[in-house]
Design a protein around this ligand. Structure first.
Ligand code: CP3
Length: 342
């Protein structure tokens, strides 16, 4: 294996002793960075993901400009449904829109299991180029949306607070729901395996809407499929599972085979440690809104958070993606507060 100059993330994932916890931010490559916005004036969002040179440049921006301990490949969770034959638009100020959502057996016929290597080769090319350009500075994180979170977009057709149509379908047509989730699981396994083959050092599953389900529904419609993916990947690389809002599932998730569990800010570190067990690496969980506070307050909260989680088996992160208008200086203050521990 090539040697990484900064290996903190992989060490924390392996449960090895580290001089200080690694730090990165969900959605760290994005709109809060002026250089990202500049690129977006010239290219559409999906063009940025499809051009490996551009995706590489955006991926590395937070490594060079903010100093995070890991890069996460610039792409989107919705490239998977796109590759399965679904039209996905990224609408300014609205987010993703799927003009023809999947709501019936007939709609299901529009979904295919694609040749992943061919349809998503641009992601794998971007990973290979990023890996080469990083030249071992920090590890590269690959990612995918969880089947349940992709299902939310596929069925709802757009962003929503409740994903009511998606949740309704689980009760009205569980068989069709499982069929869709099974297809998404199959494609996601192939997708993530290819990301690792192309150079991703570990992967994160974004189950952003896991917490919209009650505990039993969470087990049957979210965790079941995430576990299948994690088991299929366990010989390839470490997996971080982030089921946002699903604090009640931490005990069950700790049995899934995941190497780390991501947390949002709705749970106390001490409670998460108890429920996940002391062998599990935890990741999170600063409220992204705190990055609008002063540098002094950010530093104070980061220190409090690290002393609550402990510096071992822990990855410093936000509890969800960094907000678009966050001052870059404040993102830096967040990262530096961790690095000052060394
Ligand atoms: O983390 C990173 O820096 C890597 C890139 C990344 C993006 N999306 C880029 C992006 C990652 C890991 C994602 C994951 C993603 N995409 C999730 C899971 C994480 C989460 O936040 O819950 C979800 C739910 C999506 C779907 C999605 N993509 C939405 C809802 C939106 C619009 C709203 C938003 O937050 O911007 C996107 C667009 C998107 N994906 C942007 C970026 C940088 C903004 C596009 C732009 O306007 O330039």
């Amino acid at each position: 294996m090539e040697s990484l100059k900064n290996n903190l993330l992989l060490q924390a994932l392996a449960g090895e002793e580290v001089p200080r916890p690694p730090v990165w931010m969900m959605r760290q490559a994005g709109r809060y960075l002026p250089d990202y916005r500049k690129i977006r004036e010239k290219y559409s969002f999906f063009e940025c993901t499809q051009k490996p040179e551009i995706a590489t440049e955006i991926t590395i921006q937070p490594v060079e400009q903010v100093g995070v301990d890991a890069a996460i490949i610039f792409s989107d969770i919705l490239v998977v449904p796109q590759a399965m034959g679904v039209e996905v638009q990224m609408v300014e100020n609205t987010g993703p829109v799927i003009p023809s959502p999947v709501r019936s057996e007939d709609d299901l016929k529009k979904l295919c299991i694609p040749d992943v290597e061919e349809r998503l080769h641009y992601v794998f090319d971007a990973i290979a180029l990023t890996k080469k350009t990083l030249d071992g500075r920090v590890p590269l994180i690959g990612f995918a949306g969880s089947p349940w979170t992709l299902f939310c977009y596929l069925v709802q057709g757009k962003s929503s607070n409740s994903y009511d149509k998606a949740r309704t379908m689980l009760y009205s047509n569980p068989a069709l729901s499982h069929q869709i989730l099974e297809m998404l699981t199959k494609v996601t396994i192939l997708y993530l395996k290819n990301q690792v083959k192309s150079g991703a050092d570990c992967v994160q599953l974004f189950d952003s809407w896991g917490g919209l389900l009650g505990p039993e529904m969470f087990n049957s419609f979210s965790l079941k499929y995430n576990q299948e993916i994690i088991q299929a990947l366990k010989d390839d690389c470490p997996v971080i599972l982030f089921s946002k809002g699903a604090w009640y599932g931490l005990g069950a998730m700790s049995q899934s085979g995941a190497h780390a569990l991501g947390l949002d800010w709705h749970i106390r570190p001490e409670v998460a440690r108890t429920w996940a067990g002391d062998k599990m690496t935890l990741q999170g969980n600063l409220d992204p809104a705190l990055l609008f506070s002063s540098g002094t307050d950010i530093k104070k909260e980061v220190r409090k958070m690290i002393s609550a989680f402990g510096s071992q088996r822990y990855i410093v992160n936000l509890g969800h993606g960094i907000l678009p208008n966050t001052p870059v200086d404040h993102a830096r203050a967040f990262v530096n507060a961790v690095k000052e521990m060394e």
